[in-house]
Design a protein around this ligand. Structure first.
Ligand code: ATP
Ligand code: MG
Length: 258
């Protein structure tokens, strides 16, 4: 699979009828098994881009093409959002199998897949719990398992950990990198938080400006499996520094651009 984002622009119509340009000329290819993170300041169009890739919003210009698909049965994408996470009336297990039910997968296969995923995300013993009986981190684990269950070509995540406290957030980053390294799943991952992007990604896309454009793309050449101690390495700090200065550079332009 290769997800080709080809020259996407997006305009919205404001309530007063004027046009707001949110994205301009975004081109990016996400390769099979690649983890691409997108950073950029609030309002630069990250979620708009993700929603276009998910097919939840249409682009004003350009297109997203999925090439070299392994099979026609796999859904192209599934999404994990920050808050719109789980069905409160379903147990963890039933949340995970939701997409499989929709696909009319046999109940034996559903159970098997749910069991694998429960193990993968570390929710053993919580299969029969309802979302309100889980901590924030556990809810996000369940949401990730639900998104993985349908085996999407590309998993989309929009700030999935931003509601979690700092310690849980770090634990979840480690979990997610392990999930990525185990599954070989392709990811497009949006975050405000630069250290998270560097820790998780193969490439970090820096967006900025108004309308939002891709300002630069930084390949993260850190060893895998990623371990927490990499965060104190000079290479890691250098990446942070470089990406920070890219984000800052564009935000100065923000002030100058009416
Ligand atoms: N439906 C809409 N109608 C009009 N404007 C919109 C709409 N959706 C988004 N926008 C505008 O497009 C711009 C980009 O929004 P978007 O939500 O993509 O930003 P973001 O980078 O995800 O921000 P954040 O980091 O705060 O989540 C914002 O200025 C926003 O006001
Ligand atoms: Mg957003």
């Amino acid at each position: 699979m290769k997800a080709v984002i080809n020259n996407i622009s997006k305009s919205f119509e404001n309530p007063d009828g004027t046009i707001f340009n949110a994205l301009r000329s975004i081109s990016l290819t996400i390769s099979e098994g690649e983890f691409v993170a997108v950073v950029g300041r609030s309002g630069c169009g990250k979620s708009t881009l993700l929603n276009i890739v998910a097919g939840l919003l249409s682009a004003t210009h350009g297109e997203v093409v999925f090439e070299d698909l392994a099979s026609d049965d796999r859904p192209l994408t599934s999404v994990v959002f920050q808050d719109l996470a789980l069905f409160p009336w379903r147990t963890v297990n039933k949340n995970i199998t939701y997409g499989l039910e929709e696909q009319k997968v046999s109940s034996g296969k559903q159970d098997q897949r749910a069991e694998e995923l429960i193990q993968l995300v570390g929710l053993e013993g919580f299969e029969a719990h309802y979302p309100h009986q889980l901590s924030g981190g556990m809810k996000q684990r369940a949401a990730i398992a639900r998104a993985l269950a349908v085996n999407p070509e590309l998993l989309l995540m929009d700030e999935p950990f931003s509601a979690l406290d700092a310690q849980i957030r770090m634990d979840m980053q480690i979990e997610l990198s392990r999930i990525y390294e185990t599954t070989g799943q392709s990811f497009l991952y949006i975050t405000h938080y630069i250290p998270e992007a560097v820790f998780l990604a193969d490439r970090v896309v820096v967006m900025g400006g108004r309308p939002g454009t891709i300002q630069s793309i930084v390949s993260i050449d850190l060893p895998r499996p990623r371990e927490e101690k990499v965060k104190v390495s000079p290479e890691f700090v250098e990446y942070l520094d470089r990406i920070w200065s890219e984000v800052r550079g564009k935000s100065q332009e923000f002030g100058a651009d009416p």
